[in-house]
Design a protein around this ligand. Structure first.
Ligand code: FAD
Ligand code: NA0
Length: 453
C-alpha cells in the first residue's frame, strides 16, 4: 500500500511541501499519495487577499490578515526560492519591495509550473484529527464546504501548514466597551483609506503596528499613535506619528497612557499579534507556543516530538519565509521518503533544548537573524534543496534593518542584488510614498515588454 500524506493548508508552506514532493518525482522517485486540504477557494494562504472579514461564504472564520496596499516588508531577495528565481518568473528585474499581488504572482508561478493544483481539494476544511494507535494512522474529518458534507480519510503522515497569523490576540483595556469609534484587530484591517483625517491609535510595537502605522500616515490619517507594552519600535517617525507607552484605559474616546498622558481618538487598531490556533487538533497533538523563533516540542522546528508522523511547517516567527518553508518541506519529504532517519525521542529533545538555549541567548535583531540563518542552513544542508548563500541573505536582512531605521518612509525605495542570480533589482517607477496603486498592472507598467518564461 502506498503511504498517504495529508497536508492541511495550501499557503506558501503547504505549497512548499507539494513542490518538494514534485521535485523528487521529477528526479524519478516514487512519491506517496498526497492530498492537500485548503479551506479557501484558492491557494496562496495569506497572500490570497480577501475583502471579507469575520466569516466567509460558508461560515468559516476568515483566514486572511493581509490588506490592500500591503507591500513586502522585507527585501524580496531574502525570500527568493532557490529553485525558481524572480528572473525566471518575471523575465526582467523588478524592485526589491513589491506589493502583495506581485509576490502572489511569483508564488503561483512556481506551483503552476509543476502542476500541483490537482493535489489540492479547495473549499475543504480539516475539522478534526485523531491518531489511531492500532493502525498508526491519522483519521481526519473533513468538510466539503461547498457541498455541506463531511467525510473521513486516513493518513500515515499529517502535515500542519495552516499558518499562525490568522487568529487574533485581542487584549482588553478598561473602558474599551464605551469607546465610541471603530475598534478592530489588524487581522480585520483591509486598507487605510478609512483613516483619512482621523486620529488613529495602534496598540503594539511590532510589524503590524509599524506597517499599518506608516500606511495610515501615507493614506492621510490626521495623526497616528503607536502604544507599546515592552519596547518602542524606536524609529525616527515623521511629524504626525509618535510612540507612547502602554494604554491603561479609556474614558469615552479619550485614551489614557501609563506615562499619565491622554489623547482623543477616532479609531483603535489592536496590532497585538496572533495565536497559534489549531481547532482541528486534539490537545495532545497541538503545538502550544507563543510567536517565537524556536517553538518547543518540534524537532528541527518541524517534527512533533511526541509523534513525529505529525509535521508542522512555518510555525516559527519569521525573518526567513518562503525559502525557510522550502527547506523544512524538503527535509520533511526526505524523512517521509525514508532517506533521512530521525533519532530517538530523547535525542530529539536534547537537540530541541540545544536550539532553545541558543534562542534564549539572542539579544537583538541581528542575533535573531543569525539564529534563523543557522537554522535554515542546517536544514538546507540535509537535503538536495539548491544551495543559497545564506551569509549574503543574512547580510541583506541586517541591511534592511538599518535602512528602515534610517528612513521608515523611504526604505522601500532601496534596491538589492539577488543572492541567487546576481541580478540587481530595478528601481520602481514611483516612490513608495507616492504610489497609491498597488495593483499588479500598475506595478508592471512602463516596463520593457519581454516574454514571460
Ligand atoms: P498561511 O499563509 O497563513 O497559509 C495557511 C493556509 O492554511 C491558508 O490558505 C488557510 O486557508 C489554510 N487553512 C487554515 N486552517 C485550515 C483548515 N482547518 N483546513 C484547511 N485549510 C486551512 N512574509 C513575507 O515574507 N513578506 C511579507 O511581506 C509578509 N507580510 C505579511 C503580512 C501580514 C499581515 C502577515 C500576517 C504575514 C506576513 N508575512 C510576510 C508572513 C507570512 O506568514 C508568510 O509569508 C506566509 O504567508 C506563511 O505561509 P503559511 O503557508 O505558513 O501560512
Ligand atoms: P504582528 O506585528 O502582527 O506581526 C505578525 C505585538 O503585540 C508585540 O509588539 C507585542 O508586544 C504586542 N502585544 C501583544 N499583546 C499585547 C497587549 N496585551 N498589550 C499591548 N501590546 C501587546 O505580531 P507580532 O507577534 O510580531 O507582535 C505582537 C507577522 O505579520 C510578522 O511575521 C510580520 O512579518 C507580518 N506582517 C508583515 C507586514 C508586511 O509585510 C505587515 C504586518 C505584519 P510585546 O510587549 O510582547 O513586545 C507589510
Amino acid at each position: 500500500m502506498k503511504l498517504r500524506v495529508g497536508i492541511i493548508g495550501a499557503g506558501p508552506s503547504g505549497l512548499a511541501q507539494l513542490r518538494a514532493f514534485k521535485s523528487a518525482e521529477m528526479k524519478g522517485e516514487t512519491i506517496p499519495e498526497i492530498v492537500c486540504f485548503e479551506k479557501q477557494a484558492d491557494w496562496g494562504g495569506l497572500w490570497n487577499y480577501t475583502w471579507r472579514t469575520g466569516v466567509g461564504k460558508y461560515g468559516e472564520p476568515i483566514h486572511g490578515s493581509m490588506y490592500r496596499y500591503l507591500w513586502s516588508n522585507g527585501p524580496k531577495e531574502c525570500l527568493e526560492f532557490a529553485d525558481y528565481t524572480f528572473d525566471e518568473h518575471f523575465g526582467r528585474p523588478i524592485s526589491s519591495y513589491p506589493p502583495r499581488p506581485v509576490l502572489f504572482d511569483y508564488i503561483q508561478g512556481r506551483v503552476d509550473k509543476c502542476n500541483v493544483r490537482d493535489y489540492i481539494r479547495f473549499n475543504t476544511t480539516a475539522r478534526w484529527v485523531e491518531y489511531k494507535e492500532d493502525t498508526k494512522q491519522f483519521s481526519v474529518v473533513l468538510e466539503d464546504l461547498a457541498h455541506n458534507k463531511t467525510y473521513t480519510e486516513e493518513f500515515d503522515y499529517l502535515i500542519v501548514a495552516s499558518g499562525h497569523f490568522s487568529t487574533p490576540n485581542m487584549p482588553y483595556f478598561e473602558g474599551i466597551e464605551e469607546f465610541p469609534g471603530l475598534i478592530m484587530h489588524a487581522h480585520d484591517f483591509r486598507g487605510a483609506d478609512i483613516f483619512r483625517d482621523k486620529d488613529v491609535l495602534l496598540i503594539g510595537s511590532s510589524y503590524s503596528a509599524e506597517d499599518i502605522g506608516v500606511q495610515s500616515f501615507k493614506h492621510g490619517a490626521r495623526s497616528v499613535t503607536l502604544s507599546y507594552r515592552s519596547n518602542p519600535i524606536g524609529m525616527d517617525w515623521p511629524e504626525g506619528m509618535k510612540e507612547v507607552p502602554l494604554l491603561t484605559h479609556f474614558e469615552g474616546d479619550i485614551a489614557h497612557f501609563s506615562d499619565g498622558t491622554q489623547e482623543r481618538y477616532d479609531a483603535v487598531v489592536m496590532c497585538t499579534g496572533y495565536q497559534h490556533k489549531f481547532p482541528y487538533l486534539p490537545d495532545e497533538l497541538r503545538l502550544k507556543t507563543r510567536n517565537c523563533l524556536y517553538p518547543d516540542k518540534i524537532y528541527k522546528g518541524v517534527f512533533f516530538n511526541d509523534l513525529p508522523q505529525l509535521i508542522y511547517l512555518g510555525m516559527q516567527d519569521q525573518y526567513y519565509t518562503f525559502n525557510m518553508f522550502d527547506v523544512q518541506a524538503w527535509y520533511a519529504r526526505d524523512v517521509i521518503q525514508g532517506k533521512i532517519q530521525l533519532p530517538g525521542k530523547e535525542e530529539r529533545q536534547k537537540d530541541i533544548n540545544l536550539w532553545l538555549n541558543k534562542a534564549a541567548a539572542n539579544k537583538n535583531h541581528d542575533d535573531e537573524i543569525d539564529f534563523q540563518t543557522a537554522y535554515v542552513r542546517e536544514l538546507m544542508n540535509m537535503t538536495d534543496y539548491p544551495e543559497i548563500d545564506l551569509d549574503k541573505v543574512a547580510a541583506l536582512f541586517k541591511q534592511w534593518l538599518l535602512d528602515k531605521e534610517e528612513d521608515i518612509l523611504r526604505y522601500r525605495d532601496k534596491t538589492y542584488t539577488s543572492v541567487m542570480t546576481g541580478t540587481e533589482a530595478a528601481r520602481h517607477h514611483t516612490r513608495w510614498l507616492d504610489e497609491m496603486d498597488d495593483s499588479f498592472e500598475r506595478y508592471m507598467q512602463e516596463a520593457p515588454v519581454m516574454e514571460r518564461v
